[in-house]
Design a protein around this ligand. Structure first.
Ligand SMILES: Nc1ncnc2c1ncn2[C@@H]1O[C@H](COP(=O)(O)OP(=O)(O)OP(=O)(O)O)[C@@H](O)[C@H]1O
Ligand SMILES: [Mg+2]
Length: 340
């Protein structure tokens, strides 16, 4: 399958207040084909959201891409200027954010927020003159309102005719996330990037949100990059999974294969750490992610890895083919018998 989006060897970092260069993403490569769903999984702080922000072109000012490419169709997004990027957001790729309650503007109604999206999406520049009433006829305004109500109905929100005039603070968390999904889909994007869209919600609402996202993207043949630390959700949704650790992909491949027979000790550790509803003792991965400044040479997982050997401190293991369409970045990947 040819890829719609391909990130290749992406390095992102910043200069700290002492003038030291710190690398956060240390050579990320991933790809997503048309209609494909991939999951990015890994512990908090491993670089999932920084990867998403890099693709969307919304990195915080202090973070810079030092190396690599992000190819969408035939363009390297890292070379686009802001106006060209702005014209692609919402159409080429779009975001369903991590925190629904803080992602809607509290001073505008749902309808007003959709209005800007529908009226101006794809434009490189919007000025005050664009809001001048005579430029937007009453019939155009009515058409936008109808399209908004249809978009809200598509994400199964009750009474969309009434909801369109509500302010975000009058919505529940689950309703806010549905509104954000509707906003993300209204421009008919090619790729939806969903950054932990359910983590702020309770489990039943989270499951409904995931079902809805899956149904909507499958119905439109849209690709999706689904970011989560929940391996159960990743295994239900994604065709392929990328397991990230400390700013690198340490294992990737078809989700079912990777989760059934992991090849990287970190993936195996994550799988064992999934809480079970039995009286089995809870098994986490000891230790925490290393400080990006302290990784140095070698595998970043070596301090927490029960299988580490001297070679692990010598160089960063490349992501190598380990069979069954999978790749893993571990010098012992093909030799270890890992228990998930
Ligand atoms: N603007 C920034 N300046 C410096 N460091 C940053 C900046 N943004 C993120 N980081 C660091 O980059 C690393 C990755 O952060 P990121 O937000 O991508 O994690 P994540 O995998 O999305 O975690 P979570 O699951 O908690 O959302 C963290 O160490 C974080 O502290
Ligand atoms: Mg995040």
């Amino acid at each position: 399958m040819s890829s719609l989006l391909a990130v290749d060897n992406l390095e992102i970092g910043y200069r700290d207040t002492d003038g030291v260069d710190v690398t956060l993403l240390r050579g990320i490569s991933l790809s997503v084909a048309r209609g494909e769903i991939i999951a990015l999984v890994g512990e908090s702080g491993c670089g999932k959201s920084v990867t998403a922000k890099a693709i969307l072109g919304v990195l915080p000012d202090n973070l810079k891409a030092h190396r690599g490419t992000i190819r969408y169709e035939d363009r390297n997004l890292l070379e686009l200027d802001e106006a060209a990027y702005q014209a692609m957001r919402g159409r080429a790729f779009t975001l369903v954010p991590q925190h629904p309650l803080s992602s809607l503007n509290p001073v505008f109604t749902v309808g007003e927020q959709f209005f800007d999206l529908i009226a101006f999406q794809g434009r490189t520049h919007v000025g005050i003159i664009d809001y001048w009433r005579p430029r937007l006829s009453a019939s155009r305004r009515r058409a936008i309102r109808t399209r908004t109500i249809d978009a809200l109905r598509e994400v199964s929100l009750p009474s969309p005719e009434e909801l369109v005039d509500r302010y975000p603070l009058q919505l529940s968390g689950g309703q806010s996330q549905r509104v954000l999904i509707a906003m993300a889909l209204v421009g008919d994007p090619q790729i939806v990037i969903a950054d932990e869209p359910g983590t702020a919600l309770d489990v039943t609402i989270e499951a409904q949100i995931n079902d809805l996202l899956l149904e909507r993207v499958q119905a439109r043949q849209t690709s999706m990059i689904y970011i989560t630390h929940d391996l159960g959700i990743a295994s239900q949704l994604a065709d392929r999974v990328y397991v990230m650790y400390a700013g690198r992909v340490v294992e990737e491949g078809p989700t079912a294969t990777v989760f059934a027979t992991p090849r990287h000790p970190y993936t195996a550790g994550l799988l064992r750490a999934v809480p079970k509803v039995t009286d089995e003792p809870f098994e986490g991965i000891p230790g925490t992610l290393p400080d990006p400044k302290a990784i140095g040479q070698g595998c970043a997982f070596r301090w927490r890895c029960p299988f580490a050997i001297n070679a692990c401190a010598e160089s960063v293991p490349p992501l190598s083919d380990v069979g069954d369409g999978r790749r893993a970045a571990c010098v012992r990947a093909t030799e270890l018998e890992l228990v998930a």
